[in-house]
Design a protein around this ligand. Structure first.
Ligand SMILES: [Zn+2]
Length: 481
């Protein structure tokens, strides 16, 4: 066992899914041609004034409420001054000493001592609003280019307390947080496009030491797996330095996935001290109680609550509930089917086994191969024994991607019959048992009795059994090769 422990604090920047930027009416959509979604305000031209987006405030408040933070009735914006090519104003509007919320918590599941998953509560320092900077690209051997479409896009920053103790815990924290932000509809959780970004502050200390060690900031890592690997690498690197009698440098490091190591990006020793001062162009942000209450009432259900409700309301396993809540649209699709059909467990089974693989998600949107109404009708046909469960899968393959009604396909293909061998065998066995005298006679060679047995099975299945299969089953039951 190592005598050191790793201490990790995460800062997450999440772009809010508002249509406009935080302080101007420019669209906040990703992927437009560079520098086409800009105006005097987000370009930082002299004289242009910021106007705060009400929707951005609502989304920040939703985030704070989802994380159990205490909302501040009055908060203020500050200018965070630094010089960088992607920051045309020369400052970023952020919240500094008076954020809109403080003191929440995020509960995550981590492996416990016995191997079982246990709950760990990580405190959230604050959730505050700010604006994004532009994006610079440094193409090799060419000039750097700047795209200001992102400049001024609304963000929330979620600052966590340094209470995580491994790369795996950090990754779990990020997954849980991302899931919550997606379910409350404020962020699309896209790490690759940078709409959900995290910085990790990593330090080590002797176990039980009261003081935190010198921290290294890991930046620009765009996958949870890489965050985990970078933290694990970083903890070992720092440990080797300390054990060798060296000193940890306060610096910002990146992750080189190919080499499997962190590398120094810039030293904090020489870094600029951000100068903050109050933003004079924006009034204090005042949140009215009645308005906060409205936002609270309209809060979408949180993922954990939804899973618990699915388990109790639809009587499905916790595992199934987990699978069905991997995306808000999948959860809502399942629930819609379950309500229309009436049997949540059956709907859950079919969605998991047949439909999940064909669902395409893009951010908060999702495309489904069939509608909840089509699925409910299909499951209804199985309940009515019009078709077997196996046939339901065939019908699904035929209607997927079309608006066709399952019943039409069943009729058209003449599928409305029981052709499930096991089901027919069971019916035949019961009929043979109930008519042992006739069975004995048929076995002895009275071939005309074959029709009697087929007729009994047809009567029992209301004529829906596959006749060839019934013949075979009777012969099998009586040992008539
Ligand atoms: Zn603008």
């Amino acid at each position: 066992m190592s005598e050191y422990e790793t201490v990790i604090g995460l800062e997450v920047h999440a772009q809010l899914l508002t249509h406009t930027k935080a302080f101007c009416a420019c669209p906040a959509t990703f992927g437009a041609a560079p520098n086409t979604q800009v105006c005097p305000t987000c370009l930082g031209l002299p004289g242009a004034l910021p106007v705060l987006s009400a929707r951005a405030v609502e989304f920040a408040v939703r985030t704070a409420l989802a994380l159990g933070c205490t909302l501040q009735k009055t908060s203020r914006f500050s200018r965070k001054n630094y010089f960088y090519p992607d920051l045309p104003k020369g400052y970023q509007i952020s919240q500094f000493d008076e954020p809109c919320s403080e003191g929440g918590a995020l509960s995550i599941e981590v492996p416990g001592a016995s191997g079982a998953r246990v709950e760990k509560v990580v405190r959230i320092t604050r959730v505050h609003m700010e604006e994004d900077a532009g994006k610079s690209s440094h193409a090799r051997g060419e000039d750097s280019i700047v795209d200001l479409n992102r400049s001024g896009v609304a963000l929330v920053e979620i600052v966590g307390e340094p209470e995580l103790s491994s790369g795996a815990e950090a990754a779990e924290y990020l997954r849980s947080l991302r899931e919550i932000l997606i379910f409350i509809g404020i962020n699309d959780g896209n790490l690759e496009e940078g709409s959900f970004r995290c910085d990790a502050n990593v330090s080590i200390r002797k176990k039980g030491a009261p003081q935190l060690g010198t921290r290294v900031e890991l930046k620009n890592i765009n996958s949870f797996r890489f965050v985990q690997k970078a933290i694990e690498y970083e903890a070992l690197r720092q440990q080797a330095i300390v054990e060798g009698g060296g000193r940890i440098e306060h610096e910002t490091r990146g992750w080189d996935e190919k080499a499997g190591r962190t590398f120094s990006m810039r030293s904090k020793e020489t870094a600029q001290d951000y100068r903050y001062f109050p933003e004079p162009d924006l009034p204090p942000l005042v949140l009215e109680d009645a308005w906060i209450e409205q936002v609270r009432q309209a809060m979408p259900e949180l993922p954990r609550a939804k899973r618990e409700r699915f388990v109790s309301q639809y009587e499905i396993t916790p595992y199934a509930a987990q699978v069905l809540t991997q995306h808000p649209q999948i959860a809502s699709f399942f629930e819609h089917c379950a309500r229309l059909h009436g049997d949540g467990a059956k709907a859950a089974n079919f969605v998991q086994s047949e439909i999940l693989g064909g669902i395409v998600t893009r951010g908060l949107e999702a495309d489904f191969p069939i509608s909840p109404a089509q699925l409910a009708e299909l499951l209804g046909l199985v309940d009515a024994a019009t078709i077997s469960g196996k046939q339901a899968k065939e019908v699904y393959a035929l209607i997927a991607g079309t608006p066709r009604a399952p019943a039409d396909v069943v009729r058209e293909r003449g599928m409305a019959q029981v052709s499930d061998a096991a089901a027919i065998d069971a019916i035949v066995a019961a009929i043979v048992l109930a008519n042992s005298r006739q069975a004995e006679a048929l076995r002895a060679g009275k071939a005309s009795l074959m029709g009697f047995f087929v007729g009994q099975v047809m009567k029992e299945t209301k004529g829906s059994a596959n006749p060839q299969m019934v013949n075979d089953a009777i012969k099998r039951a009586l040992g008539l090769g």
